[in-house]
Every structure is written in structure tokens, then in C-alpha cells.
Design a protein around this ligand. Structure first.
Ligand code: HEC
Length: 155
């Protein structure tokens, strides 16, 4: 075998071997969805749920190492920081804080992550959608937390 052929065959072998490294790629049950109003819910599902919920739509390239590792890392990391599927049990103070962060991240254009937009151009939050996120994250969403808290106090 020529040297270059050997290199190609070895690389192919490594690529195949990589596919056997286990990757955590699960969608655990949805235990308490954030249940945002429909227009906001639609934006969150389109732009955020792949990394911030248990309803991730795993793309085909998420099955091929080493890309699969990067995708799984973003999803697991994203869920750790903010999981809209496990929202209900969070303490009220945490919900208020996370809602504010949602607005900050979207306003600054930090979220969705740039690498995600590369493959999901339509996930970008459009300028005419910013108002809906703003009004929910700093308004209606905060009011909903207030009401929940009052309900728990029996008031
Ligand atoms: C490709 C995956 C991905 C997508 C899509 C995505 N995020 Fe994130 N998000 C992450 C990761 C990973 C982190 C944690 C690390 C970081 O801040 O970069 C994060 C962090 C955050 C945080 C900070 C939470 C904290 O505790 O600091 C907020 C808020 C957030 N994202 C909101 C959103 C919103 C809103 C959307 C949709 C408009 C969105 N993200 C879309 C992956 C994603």
C-alpha cells in the first residue's frame, strides 16, 4: 500500500472508531412546560427548544461523530442552564431571573448560538418578534410567576 493510501485508510478507521464513542442524546419526559402564550411559544419552540427543552429535534448530523459530540454538548449544557420543559418546579425567584436573562440574551443577539444559526438560519429571532419576547419575559411571564406565587400562598 502506498503511504498516502495508508493514511487515508487509517483516517477512515479512526472515523469509524469514533462512531462507537457513546453520546448522550436523549429526550427525557417533559415534566412542566413553561407554557408561554402561543406567539411566544412558537418562537421559543423554533429558536430555543432544540437546546433548552427535552423536545430536542436531533438532526441527522447529530448522529455522526465528532459533530455529534459538539451538538450533544450544546444541548446538555443548554438544558443545564435553562430547560423550558422542566420550568414549572423552579422557585419563583429563579423563574423571574431566567426570564430576564432570556430577554437579555435575545436582545444582545447572543441566543440562539451562532453555530446553531449556521445550520438553522430560520431560528434567528426576527426584529418584529423581539417585542413579543420582551413583553413576555419582562411583563406577562413575570405576572404569571406573581400569580403562581399568590396561588401557593392561598391568596
Ligand atoms: C444550539 C443550542 C442553543 C440554542 C438553539 C439556544 N441556546 Fe441558549 N444556551 C445554550 C448554551 C450551551 C448555554 C450555556 C452556555 C452559554 O451561555 O453559552 C445557553 C445559555 C442560555 C441562557 C443563559 C442561562 C444562564 O443560566 O446563564 C439563556 C437565558 C438562554 N440560553 C436563552 C436562550 C434563548 C431565549 C434561546 C432562543 C431564542 C436560546 N437560548 C437558544 C445553547 C443554546
Amino acid at each position: 500500500m502506498s503511504k498516502s493510501r495508508l493514511v487515508i485508510v487509517s483516517l477512515a478507521g479512526v472515523f469509524v472508531a469514533l462512531q462507537f464513542v457513546p453520546v448522550e442524546r436523549s429526550n427525557p419526559p417533559v415534566s412542566g412546560d413553561v407554557a408561554a402564550p402561543p406567539p411566544v411559544d412558537a418562537i421559543l419552540r423554533r429558536s430555543c427548544y432544540d437546546c433548552h427543552s427535552n423536545e430536542t429535534r436531533w438532526p441527522w448530523y447529530a448522529k455522526v461523530a465528532p459533530v455529534s459530540w459538539l451538538v450533544a454538548r450544546d444541548v446538555n449544557h443548554g438544558r443545564e442552564h435553562l430547560n423550558f420543559s422542566e420550568w414549572a418546579p423552579l422557585p419563583a425567584g429563579k423563574k423571574r431571573h431566567k426570564l430576564k436573562e432570556v430577554w437579555e440574551e435575545v436582545e444582545e443577539g447572543e441566543m440562539p448560538l451562532a453555530i446553531y444559526l449556521f445550520m438553522h438560519g430560520d431560528a434567528k429571532v426576527a426584529p418584529d418578534e423581539l417585542g413579543a419576547i420582551h413583553d413576555w419575559a419582562l411583563g406577562a411571564g413575570q405576572d404569571a410567576v406573581d400569580r403562581e406565587e399568590e396561588g401557593e400562598r392561598g391568596g
